[in-house]
Design a protein around this ligand. Structure first.
Ligand SMILES: NC(=O)c1ccc[n+]([C@@H]2O[C@H](COP(=O)([O-])OP(=O)(O)OC[C@H]3O[C@@H](n4cnc5c(N)ncnc54)[C@H](OP(=O)(O)O)[C@@H]3O)[C@@H](O)[C@H]2O)c1
Length: 293
């Protein structure tokens, strides 16, 4: 089967850019549902676009930037239409810097899904999720002398605790055979003296990935992580504008001779979610173009 339209045979879709139009479509679970956190911008947006192209109905999560999320929704629906995949998107917001954000996250998801005409099957209590991408993240720099524990906690909250909380409160929402992919970072590979809290938060994501893969294997749920290198998103924009030599240094340390684009990483996530990777779980895949080899 064509990988791009892998789910087309089971996809029933709204294919709509607006919740109002979407709600007129039949509520059905035949379609595949994906949730991508931090999908309003950067890599998350690129991942959502890829999954919609593959036929998923994608829950596009954002933190506070509703405009960016609406822009992402338009691109997601456009990509699905162009691919003829039957995919689509809908948007929901939830702040992941709260103490235990999973409950509010799924509550916001439920409200937005219902508005988009997606409701649970008669014999199911919740909308079931086929793919979950824990992508939302923050980068707060600082080494041991400069950064106090509040910096560490802020990194951990969004990057580590939120994915844990979302999965914890979402266990019964994940369909058996679902796929989970989390976004780690090259910073977790080794020493990162200048961004210690961030690196720690991502190292924990990799530990979470392995433990979760072991825990959910009996349900045939595959759990993996990607490890991007420096990728051109809002996180790096100002940094590179202020210090172009930094970008040059990054390129010099990357085997493939450039920094990453969001879709470079999205392609790896998409692949991990696909059937082609059905024998891969508990893996952390480098997606950096060979950075720091
Ligand atoms: N860019 C890189 O070079 C790089 C390298 C390695 C790993 N990573 C990791 O890759 C992932 C994506 O990074 P990116 O560069 O694509 O990020 P980005 O462009 O800065 O986008 C961050 C996303 O996370 C969401 N988010 C941030 N704080 C949030 C909060 N408190 N609550 C809810 N959502 C929140 C944002 O929502 P809003 O739009 O609403 O703010 C946005 O959708 C992150 O986990 C990052 O750590 C990035």
């Amino acid at each position: 089967m064509n990988a791009q339209n892998e789910n087309q045979s089971t996809a029933a879709t709204t294919g709509s850019a607006t919740p109002a139009a979407a709600s007129s479509a039949p509520a059905t679970q035949a379609r595949k549902i994906a949730v991508v956190t931090g999908a309003s911008r950067g890599m998350g947006r690129a991942i959502a676009i890829r999954l919609a192209r593959r036929g998923y109905t994608v829950g596009i999560h954002y933190g506070s930037n509703a405009d960016a999320a609406r822009e992402a929704l338009d691109l997601v629906n456009q990509a699905a239409t162009e691919a003829g995949s039957g995919g689509s998107g809908f948007v929901f917001g939830a702040d992941l810097s709260e103490q235990d954000p999973g409950l509010a996250f799924w509550s916001a998801f439920d409200t937005a899904a219902a508005e988009a005409g997606i409701s649970p099957l008669a014999d199911e209590s919740t909308v079931k999720i086929d793919a979950l991408v824990n992508n939302a993240g923050v980068f707060l720099a600082g080494g041991i002398a400069k950064a106090d524990t509040s910096v560490l906690v802020k990194n951990l909250q969004v990057n580590t605790i939120a994915p844990y909380s979302i999965v914890h409160h979402g266990l019964d929402r994940l369909r058996d055979g679902a796929r989970i992919v989390s976004t780690s970072s090259g910073a977790a590979k080794g020493a990162a003296a200048g961004s210690m809290g961030y690196a720690m938060s991502k190292a924990a994501v990799e530990s979470f990935t392995k433990s979760l893969a072991a825990a959910l294997g009996e349900r045939q749920i595959r759990v993996n992580a990607v490890q991007p290198g420096v990728t051109m998103t809002d996180v790096n924009k100002q940094w590179f504008e202020n210090a172009p030599q930094v970008k040059e240094q990054m390129v010099a340390h990357t085997a493939l001779g450039r920094v990453g684009e969001p879709d470079d990483v999205a392609a790896v996530v998409d692949s991990l979610i696909s059937e082609d990777m059905s024998w891969v779980t508990g893996a952390v895949i480098d997606a950096s173009g060979g950075m720091g080899l």
